[in-house]
Write a protein that binds this ligand. Structure first.
Ligand code: NAP
Length: 291
């Protein structure tokens, strides 16, 4: 775990402000603190005037950033010069580099979304990038899926993305610029048996992204989806070794991905390097969907 020295620690003025410290390091998150695995920042942060940074001057909000892919995205974006607001359903949890702002945001809550974005605008005056990353997974096939579990999945993995895009687009339209990246999955465009609600939600995220991309293209807003294959995170590591092993065996590269490998895709789409890219799907899956 690398904590960088910075001149100032930033915290949003919310009900649950958090300053991340090295000592906050729950067991379940130990894996993501491995710099080889997650892309924890290793360079000095954001020196003034360094124009090489790919997100310099941008304000980015990331959901589900306490863990896994979202955590790696937050660290990488910070390293690349963004003002990073890392949100998750519960804080305090994770050691982020000092300088990253923490905020509680349950993506299923309209109130949380409204508060989070208005706090960001109050403090920073703009929102340039939204990474809709928060998500859960479930495996019930159609006939074993009850209403409660169906609605839970749709609330987090689909409605969360709807609420986030709606809140961000309101702001980005006024700015006439913005980039939204929605984390879908290989299961958002291809199927395996079971996991009916997850397939439903991730497939919806894919097409919701294209729809918002087309609807607000004239407003300077780009919207793209990222489709990870199997990635080693607390979410996937909690699954059975047999299940994980079967997905990895079916992956041409014969390994699971690392959160940083998804974070780099998000970085590209969030940055101005992707200025001519909207409504597309970036698949990062070790070749799985190419078969
Ligand atoms: P992860 O390590 O579990 O991280 C997801 C984070 O989202 C967790 O911190 C989780 O908190 C949080 N979260 C859950 N419900 C939330 C809510 N209502 N509001 C805000 N935050 C919430 O999982 P991950 O593997 O990094 O997954 C990140 C995204 O990638 C998800 O959308 C997932 O579907 C997608 N994805 C992952 C893989 C993979 O193989 N790992 C593959 C394809 C797509 P708790 O831990 O407290 O629940």
């Amino acid at each position: 775990m690398i904590i960088r020295a910075v001149t100032k620690t930033q915290t949003l003025e919310t009900e649950n402000p958090v300053n991340f410290t090295k000592s906050q390091h729950p067991k379940k998150l130990r894996q993501i603190s491995d710099s080889k695995n997650t892309g924890q920042a290793t360079k000095p942060a954001n020196p003034k005037g360094n124009t090489d940074m790919r997100l310099q001057g941008k304000v980015a909000l990331i959901t589900g950033a306490a863990s896994g892919i979202g955590h790696a995205v937050a660290e990488l974006f910070f390293k690349e010069g963004a003002t990073v607001v890392a949100s998750d359903i519960a804080w305090p949890q994770t050691p982020h580099s000092t300088g990253i702002e923490g905020i509680k945001l349950d993506v299923t809550s309209e109130v949380d979304w409204s508060k989070a974005v208005s706090e960001i605008i109050k403090k920073h005056g703009r929102l340039d990038v939204l990474i809709n990353n928060a998500g859960i997974i479930a495996y019930e096939p159609l006939l074993e899926l009850d209403m409660k579990n169906w609605l839970k999945m749709i609330a987090v993995d689909q409605t969360g993305v709807f609420l986030g895009m709606r809140e961000a687009v309101r702001v980005m339209r006024k700015q006439k610029v913005g980039s939204i990246v929605n984390i879908s999955s290989i299961w958002g465009s291809a199927a395996v048996a079971g996991a009916h609600s997850y397939h439903a939600a991730k497939g919806a995220v894919r097409n919701m992204s294209k729809n918002v991309a087309m609807t607000y293209v004239a407003d300077g807003i780009r919207v793209n989806s990222v489709h990870p294959g199997f990635i080693h995170t607390p979410l996937s590591d909690a699954q059975s070794p047999e299940l994980n092993g079967s997905v990895i065996a079916a992956t041409p590269m014969k390994r699971g991905g690392k959160p940083i490998e998804i974070a780099y895709g998000c970085l590209f789409l969030a940055s101005d390097e992707a200025s001519y890219i909207t409504g597309t799907e970036l698949v990062i899956d070790g070749g799985y969907l190419a078969q």
